[in-house]
Write a protein of this length. Structure first.
Length: 237
């Protein structure tokens, strides 16, 4: 009997290691809905949430149920995710930059700016033009945006960042967000844009991942040094 190693007829399983949730990085996605959620750390603050789906990953991939209440229905064919419009939410606030100058942020103005940029990036600015003076509040405008869904079935290249957190099973997961665009690079663009014309932000783990804070060591008896509290830098410029 041969004792040589055989490389034939080996049963393998493919696709099992692909997470069902989207991960930080440069990804291709489509937006299924846009919703608002309360920003609990700021009175009256809101998060803009993009509920997105990635490309079809084939028959070996088993995604989440589309209808959680009816598992018999079809499953998502790609990864899904809920992405915040930015890393800190939208709220009325006054902050100081590094020089000490005060800068005033308006929740509604910043939410409008995001929507304008999103519509420009997706080539749907005509929808926004038609909403002129039709709504009393920015919340109503976003609700209409989700009803009309001018973003439907538009595939997008996106740079997605993430804040680390530990889920209920003890694993590291990510609270996803869209990095801020600049004059030279954008966080989202249509997938139909030729690669040579792409202005998409190149994902960098060092830049676009916010690491979870390490626990402060408990001082031993006799220690005199006090731990320094880490400043919340969400609004630091």
């Amino acid at each position: 009997m041969s004792t040589k190693l055989s490389t034939k007829n080996i049963a393998v399983t493919t696709g099992g290691g692909t997470p069902k949730l989207l991960q930080p990085g440069n990804q291709v996605i489509k937006i299924n809905s846009v919703t608002l959620d309360k920003f609990t750390f700021r009175e009256g603050g809101l998060h803009v949430l993009l509920n997105v789906e990635g490309p079809d990953l084939g028959s070996d991939f088993e995604g989440f149920n589309i209808d959680k209440l009816d598992p018999a229905k079809s499953k998502y064919k790609g990864q899904i995710g809920r992405i915040k419009a930015n890393s800190f939410g939208f709220a009325d606030a006054t902050v100081k930059d590094k020089s000490g100058k005060e800068i005033v942020f308006s929740r509604d103005t910043e939410m409008l700016k995001f929507l304008v940029n999103l519509c420009n990036d997706l080539g749907i600015s005509d929808w926004l033009d038609k909403q002129h003076e039709k709504h009393d509040t920015v919340v109503e405008l976003y609700e209409q945006f989700n009803v009309d869904k001018p973003f439907a079935n538009k595939w997008i290249r996106a740079c997605i960042g993430g804040k680390e957190y530990t889920n209920g099973q003890g694993y590291t997961n990510y609270d996803l967000f869209i990095p801020k665009s600049t004059s030279k690079a954008v966080a989202m663009e249509l997938d139909s844009v030729p690669e040579v014309q792409s202005r998409l932000i190149k994902y960098s783990e060092n830049t676009h991942i916010v690491r979870k804070s390490k626990p402060t060591p408990v001082a031993k008896f006799g220690d005199t040094a006090k731990p320094v509290a880490k400043k919340n830098t969400d609004f630091d410029l």
